[in-house]
Write a protein that binds this ligand. Structure first.
Ligand code: PMP
Length: 346
């Protein structure tokens, strides 16, 4: 039987379902609500017109890495580009895990940490957050060491909770956990604090970043930043040419004009304050700390609210089971999108 060749440990896996995308108001995927402006799109058009299509792209996206190093204020040799930071997570798992080795993560946190751990033959160990969705830092460190985990993945701010781990706690985790520690700063721009300045202080730290939340989700570009020793190891696993030529060109245009990113982030933060204030005036909702480009809200009946929103062609992220089953994760939209959401929420 052909199934005899399949991996037994993947037998209960289901392929990732990104869901429908044709909703009028899309507040479910933590994208930026603003498309790039017309002038930038015109500039990108020219770059695409002049692209070289018959040759492979730069295998290591060197120009993009250098531009990102300027944006992030790190050394260019410490930056690797990925086909989204999803690919960086996958590369990390495949670089360090042998079959049966463990990886620690919070629950809830970004689902891809568990998925790529399993795909690499590893075992995810989930550490539940408190009822307030806070991390017991010392408990987490003890668990990671007791379980002899190889890697720790933590998103900061956390997706889906929006909560943060304070800098001193991140440092305790890096120092206390005897393993590779990955701090995923996908939502850095909306929070403003980073641990990037410590990549050369610690031999076990990797930081992840992405451009998906700041206006470039369509082109799939993410980064990992780490010290030279870990970088050499990660490069053994990175697929060559993993970032295509068009993505490289577009990313370069944007990173040469970082004010595009800064304006986008500023607009999202303004709308976050607006939505937060309006939501906090609605009785019966519980709002969690919002340091990213979304707000997690507990509602009296999530299934009912989600259904009503879908009927109005408004999509938000819901959670069918677990500690967030009564919560909705609402990506910050434009003023008009936020107002549509507010009108239909209650
Ligand atoms: N990390 C976190 C915490 C995320 O929320 C996301 C996107 N949802 C990613 C990584 C992946 O981002 P990318 O689009 O760069 O693959």
């Amino acid at each position: 039987m052909i199934q005899d060749f399949f991996r037994k440990d993947l037998s209960d896996f289901e392929s990732y379902n990104a869901g429908k995308t044709d909703y009028k108001v899309r507040l479910n995927a933590n994208e930026s609500f603003d498309n790039l402006g017309e002038a930038v799109r015109r500039e990108i058009g020219k770059v695409i017109e002049n692209s070289i299509y018959n040759r492979y792209p730069d295998a290591d996206a060197l120009e993009v890495c250098e531009l990102y190093s300027l944006y992030a204020n790190v050394n260019k040799t410490n930056v690797m580009a990925g086909n989204g930071s999803d690919e960086c997570i996958q590369i990390i798992a495949h670089t360090f895990l042998n079959t049966g080795e463990k990886v620690a993560m919070q629950s809830p946190d970004f689902s891809m940490y568990g998925l790529y751990t399993k795909v690499a033959g590893g075992i995810p160990i989930e550490f539940p957050l408190s009822d307030e969705l806070e991390l017991d830092v010392q408990g987490f460190i003890s668990m990671a060491n007791r379980e002899k985990v190889k890697i720790v993945f933590l998103s900061n701010p956390n997706n889906p909770t929006g909560n943060i781990i304070k800098r001193e706690d991140i440092i305790s985790i890096i120092e206390g956990c005897k393993c590779i520690v990955v701090i995923d700063e996908a939502y850095f721009e909306f929070y403003g604090q980073s641990i990037l300045d410590k990549i050369d202080t610690y031999d076990n730290l990797i930081v992840l970043r992405t451009c998906s939340k700041i206006g470039l989700a369509a082109i799939r570009i993410g980064f990992m930043i780490t010290n030279n020793v870990l970088m050499l190891e990660l490069k053994k696993v990175k697929p060559p040419y993993n970032v295509n030529a068009i993505t490289q060109s577009i990313t370069s245009v944007i990173l040469k004009n970082p004010e595009i990113i800064n304006n986008n982030v500023k607009n999202i933060i303004v709308e976050r304050s607006y939505l937060w204030e309006k939501l906090s005036n609605i009785d019966g909702l519980r709002l969690y700390k919002a340091e990213a480009n979304f707000i997690l809200v507990e509602v009296p009946n999530a299934i009912k609210v989600k259904k009503r929103l879908i009927e109005e062609s408004i999509n938000v992220r819901s959670f069918s089971t677990g500690p967030l089953k009564n919560c909705l994760r609402i990506t910050i939209g434009s003023r008009q999108e936020n107002d549509s959401l507010l009108t239909n929420l209650i």
